[in-house]
Design a protein around this ligand. Structure first.
Ligand code: ATP
Length: 505
């Protein structure tokens, strides 16, 4: 097969960090190349170099045999290279159509008049390719996260009409926010794209990478450590190549089951969020982990948001530690020792431009505030350092800017700012493992389980059935805003995945 794109000896240095070291990579025509590696191993940086967002510090890149060096994503796009971002790059207050053609506005103006209907028609063609049924004039901030991801893909697919030659389409972890049905639709697109494109596909899910890729390329600490053809490898070997250790025994068993007869930490009665949730009732004991699961729109996320006071209007009753509470705002919930990690945490919960330490200590820094300012600052820093080590957050120092960490390490830092709260008694986690590599996921699960053994109550919405069964003491399945089934004592009597799915659909 002809080589379409090749990188030779490519390195990338950032201040204090070698993100990529002497990378050699070949992408053939009509090939899907899977790209895997732990959080911070250099995958996004590699995509950004190919896609023109970063320039390499050393090495060379050839496209169809000719030496290329892209000064911007636009230059890369003109050469037929498109990047579907991990960081969602759409502008919220522009419409879908405006976002799709943001770098080609002149196509839709004539004699100084802006021809919006022509742009909307052109957008419809791209949206139909990804089977996204939204009006082209919808503002992007009215879309769900998954819909926005599909718009990102449609934006890259518009290259099909612009460039005649074979394309390179780069997917930076596109599936982490998608449901299984949406993932299948995306895979269909990738297979369709192969007829005239080559694809690089990043994912932290090994089975997914093996399902879609012809070849898998493994990065570790910015270096290529292995390449495997499909059929030559399996998820366990890929995990070992990435992490350097075997997968077995990664999540510890629960030693100390929650005491269901003790007074409840949280009692939710007939919770109703208009249009999302109807009459949901459940309890959470001290030290209990309750997992909520359902298909998209089931209401699981809305339950979490209502508990923390970010879902504005709701009916029903919430009792916390035996007293009725009305969470009307997140700061009230924090004052009661309730933490909430939102799904879109990079947008909702990260202070860009501030350091890792400042981000992690912002919520519960005052928990360490005794014995004088200097001493409390030292204690707070020590606790942040403990969590950085425990969750293996890859950062040159605690004072490094959080937005210069890799996507997964940002996720870990934002998440752990809740874990270091000593006054925390209930933690609500919305999709806590999104963006984490398999080793990081196991580290997080072990940390959560340890906190639960020490008495912290946890309510979480998970991404996969496997996560639910691994971590939960109780699973609540939601369907159309109502609880369709409960599974108790999950760590003792594990429900089958089929049982859970049956309750979901
Ligand atoms: N703009 C930047 N400035 C400074 N350092 C950066 C920048 N972008 C990335 N890095 C560093 O380069 C290294 C590789 O990061 P990269 O985002 O490529 O990792 P990744 O494999 O995509 O991780 P993840 O799975 O978490 O998304 C990390 O140590 C990161 O902190």
């Amino acid at each position: 097969m002809t080589t379409l794109l090749s990188l030779q000896n490519v390195s990338k240095r950032f201040p204090g960090v070698v993100a990529l070291a002497e990378i050699d990579l070949k992408l053939r025509e009509h090939e899907v190349l899977g790209l895997i590696g732990q959080n911070g191993s250099g995958k996004s940086t590699l995509m950004k170099i190919i896609g023109g967002l970063h320039q390499p510090s050393a090495g060379e890149m050839r496209l169809r045999g000719s030496l290329v060096r892209f000064g911007s994503p636009l230059e890369a796009a003109r050469a037929g290279i498109g990047l579907v971002h991990q960081e969602q790059s759409l502008i919220g207050n522009l419409t879908v159509a405006e976002n799709l053609f943001i770098d080609k506005p002149t196509d839709f103006s004539r004699f100084g008049f802006y021809r919006r209907s022509r742009m909307n028609d052109a957008a419809r063609i791209q949206l139909d390719k990804v089977e996204l049924d939204v009006a082209p004039d919808t503002p992007v901030d009215q879309l769900t996260f998954a819909q926005r991801q599909m718009v990102e893909l449609a934006k890259v697919l518009s290259l099909e009409e612009l460039v005649e030659s074979h394309l390179v389409v780069l997917f930076d972890e596109p599936t982490s926010v998608l449901t299984p049905t949406e993932i299948q639709a995306l895979f269909w697109q990738v297979r369709r794209l192969k007829t005239r494109s080559s694809v690089v596909f990043i994912s932290h899910r090994m089975d997914e990478v093996l399902a879609i890729s012809d070849r898998v390329y493994v990065l570790s600490d910015g270096r290529n450590v292995a390449e495997r053809a499909k059929g030559e490898t399996d998820p366990d070997e890929l995990y070992e190549l990435m992490v350097g250790r075997q997968r077995a025994g990664s999540v510890l068993p629960r030693n100390n089951p929650p005491d269901k007869s003790a007074p409840k930490r949280l009692e939710v009665r007939d919770l109703t969020v208009p249009g999302k949730v109807a009459d949901v009732t459940f309890d959470v004991a001290s030290g209990e982990i309750v997992g909520l699961i359902g298909v998209q729109g089931s209401g699981a996320e809305a339950v979490c948001r209502a508990i923390f006071g970010v879902e504005e209007s709701y009916g029903g009753e919430i009792d916390y530690e035996g007293r009725p509470v009305r969470m009307s705002c997140p700061s009230g919930a924090v004052g009661l020792g309730i933490g909430y990690v939102p799904a879109e945490r990079k947008m909702e919960a990260m202070m860009k431009g501030m350091s890792v330490c400042e981000n992690m200590a912002v919520t519960f820094g005052s928990d360490y505030g005794y014995g004088g300012l200097l001493l409390s600052k030292r204690r707070e820093r020590q606790e942040v350092a403990n969590w950085v080590e425990r969750l293996k957050i890859k950062t040159p120092s605690l004072d490094h800017r959080i937005d210069q960490l890799s996507g997964g390490n940002q996720q870990k830092a934002v998440l752990s700012k809740w874990l270091l709260g000593r006054s925390l008694r209930l933690l609500v986690l919305d999709h806590p493992t999104r963006g984490l590599d398999p080793g990081a996921r196991a580290d997080l699960f072990n940390a959560i389980r340890q906190l639960a053994e020490d008495g912290l109550s946890i309510v979480f919405v998970g991404d996969t059935l496997d996560e639910m069964v691994t971590l939960s003491d109780t699973i609540l399945v939601l369907r159309d805003g109502k609880v369709s089934q409960r599974f108790e004592d999950v760590q003792v009597r594990r429900p089958s995945e089929e049982d859970i799915v049956r309750a979901m659909v």
